[in-house]
Design a protein around this ligand. Sequence first.
Ligand SMILES: [Zn+2]
Ligand SMILES: [Zn+2]
Length: 304
Amino acid sequence: MASEIKITFLGTSASIPSSKRNHTGILITYKSENILVDCGEGIQRQFRRARLNPGNLSKILITHWHGDHVFGLPGLFQTLALNEYNKNMQIFGPGNTKYFMKNFIHTFIPVFKFEADVKELNKKGIFFENDDFYLESFEVKHGGFPTNAYNFVLKDRRRIDKKKLKKFGLPEGKHLADLRKGKNIIYEGKKYLAKDLTYVEKGKKISIVLDTVYFEKLKDFVKGADLFICESSFGDDLKDMAKEHGHLTSGQAGMIAKKAKAKKLILTHISQRYEPKLKELEGYAKKYFKEVSVAKDLDKIVIK
Ligand SMILES: [Zn+2]
Ligand SMILES: [Zn+2]
């Protein structure tokens, strides 16, 4: 069975939270990995409401150090320290991340010991990789404030076709290891070809683009995404204001999704201005791209 990727929207508000929407936080769960993209104020309680345990976190990716994306960090660190968190927490963020992390820890948590491995990502590219997936960052344009977008990419995997094993009369076991690598094997003097017994399961790509203005290269980073999560602080009715504040409109999010040939677009970072007219906000994106919806807090998406 294919492994699932789960996405949980812990917070979906723009810069000011509302009674319906918490500050930003997106959790990606795959096998034992729990990767939190941004940690807005109140994220700890959102974990509780979603019946998830922040103690399972393995990585935090910070898009940028504006308050609505990071004010949840000190509280989260304090709780993790109190609960004797003992995993190796890795924190990734843009070029000013070490400075802000040091000051955050210093200001808020002098008593509790919490250590994390902090890495600054200064250029586009892969910054974490294992056998299953890789993580990729890309610098976006948010009013000159260092800001990253992120991709989670599950790699293509070669799988053994069990029906064909049976057909060829080949038992399961360690002798099949090379087949998984795409190599032919010899078993009990007989040769078996990888191409006859295996198939390639296509990987998955999840792109997360939060605060940024529109620019052409965004589509390249998002290219072919199975799920594209994108900020849309404004609708196309306030296009100039969006640009002035360093943000995207929902129409621009739709345009990126279309150009990138994404499969699905979810709009987040929603301003309370649009709460009474979410259909309108969605509609601007729909002009360009049909498969679109607006995220709600605690929404869960499973990518198989
Ligand atoms: Zn923001
Ligand atoms: Zn921002």
